[in-house]
Design a protein around this ligand. Structure first.
Ligand code: NI
Length: 126
């Protein structure tokens, strides 16, 4: 395995600050994290649970209606929703989700590509 020198130096710096004894321990953790974080991307038919975070500007015409509409379409996958008004314009919504990886990815994509949604992040565990 080869790595760019700068990336390895940055990783070693991280290993030092996180008080790992060996670089190999940190690599093991990084791989576990990477696999857990991305499993839903290639296990479309397995069941996952997690959260979809989205930040959006509620002044964009139609965005609030759209988000209500899409949450009704995916009602079987959305367990609960928390809405936080961040400032006069921006909102953060946290949706607790459960369902097949592929279905949850579709939900995240549909919301994430909508005009007015500035950030969306899907975090799932199995
Ligand atoms: Ni709001």
């Amino acid at each position: 395995m080869t790595l760019p020198k700068a990336l390895l130096e940055e990783f070693d710096e991280f290993v030092k600050t996180r008080k790992y004894f060996k670089r190999s321990e940190a690599i093991r953790d990084a791989l576990r994290f990477f696999i857990t974080e991305n499993k839903w991307r290639y296990e479309e038919d397995s069941r996952f649970i997690g959260a979809l975070l989205l930040m959006y500007d509620h002044d964009v015409p139609g965005i609030s209606d759209y988000l209500t509409h899409i949450q009704h379409i995916y009602h079987e996958n959305i367990k609960t929703a928390v809405h936080i008004h961040l400032d006069e314009h921006k909102c953060l919504e946290i949706l607790a989700v459960e369902g097949n990886g592929g279905r949850l990815r579709n939900l995240a994509d549909e919301i994430g590509h909508r005009k007015g949604v500035e950030m969306s992040k899907l975090v799932l565990v199995k």
